[in-house]
Design a binder for this molecule. Structure first.
Ligand SMILES: O=C(O)[C@H](O)[C@@H](O)[C@H](O)[C@H](O)COP(=O)(O)O
Length: 243
């Protein structure tokens, strides 16, 4: 698909503004595909971290059949809920289902099912493997959270690669998330935001760097925001959606 002319956000991130959620999904699938293909061409393997939530599922459905060799791709979780892997709230389960049968050979690294959230976070930090992540797909909550990093939450200060969250405002409360340093170390990050319910959160993210909007703490040099017109409405009104 044709990529829209990039805008630059006040922090210096790339913003790709698209008319609707359907176009945002196709563009996101293309960006993920291209990042995976570049890593496969360069190193023969690719490492991608994906988020849960409803918004990216249409993009995953297009990404599944688009990637030629899933057996060389490791799929990590940007965040996961502390539930069994076959639970309806499991991000791993949703992501695998959305990628579909074409991705059956992928290596998805799940969160271990036993232990406290802290134990699971430590195990996941080990399971991430030593190399940095090539590309991360993040969503944005209506309250401004990204992955399981919630506004003004202590997890934002975590210095390791993963962090346990015991009291997430969005259920389920017990989660494990990649940390800000880990997200900032990734080769690239795509933040996918659609729908008018996200408009205030996106405006805060683009305009008010700080812990009230965790995605504003991502690294602008590696960040691409893909947003549809409904999600951008407030940021546009405030002149925060770049030019
Ligand atoms: O597991 C999770 O809860 C997510 O990874 C989370 O960060 C999600 O991306 C946002 O809450 C947006 O979710 P929606 O796309 O459903 O709005």
């Amino acid at each position: 698909m044709t990529t829209p002319a990039p805008r630059t956000t006040p922090s210096g991130a790339r913003l790709l503004a698209v008319p609707d959620a359907e176009t945002a999904a196709s563009l996101t699938a293309t960006l993920l595909h291209d990042a995976i293909a570049a890593s496969l061409a360069e190193r023969g393997v690719a490492r991608v971290a994906l988020s849960g939530g409803r918004t990216p599922l249409a993009a995953y459905a297009q990404l599944g059949p688009a990637v030629r060799d899933w057996s060389a791709v490791t799929v990590l979780l940007a965040d996961e809920r502390c539930v069994p892997q076959d639970h309806p709230d499991s991000n791993a389960r949703e992501i695998r289902a959305a990628l579909g049968p074409a991705a059956r050979d992928l290596r998805l690294v799940p969160l271990v099912e036993n232990g406290s959230p802290g134990d699971r976070a430590r195990a996941y930090a080990h399971d991430l493997g030593p190399e940095p992540i090539d590309v991360v797909l993040l969503g944005l909550g209506e309250d401004g959270h990204t992955a399981s990093l919630f506004p003004a939450h202590g997890a934002l200060e975590a210095e390791g690669r993963t962090v346990a969250v015991l009291d997430a405002p969005k259920p389920p409360p017990e989660r494990v998330s990649l940390t800000l340093p880990e997200l900032r170390a990734a080769g690239s990050v795509v933040l996918l935001v659609t729908g008018e319910g996200k408009a205030d959160a996106l405006a805060r993210t683009l305009g008010d760097p700080g812990q009230t909007a965790p995605a504003s703490l991502l690294r602008p040099e590696t960040l691409t925001v893909v947003a549809d017109a409904d999600a951008l409405r407030r940021a546009d009104e405030l002149g925060l959606a770049g030019g």
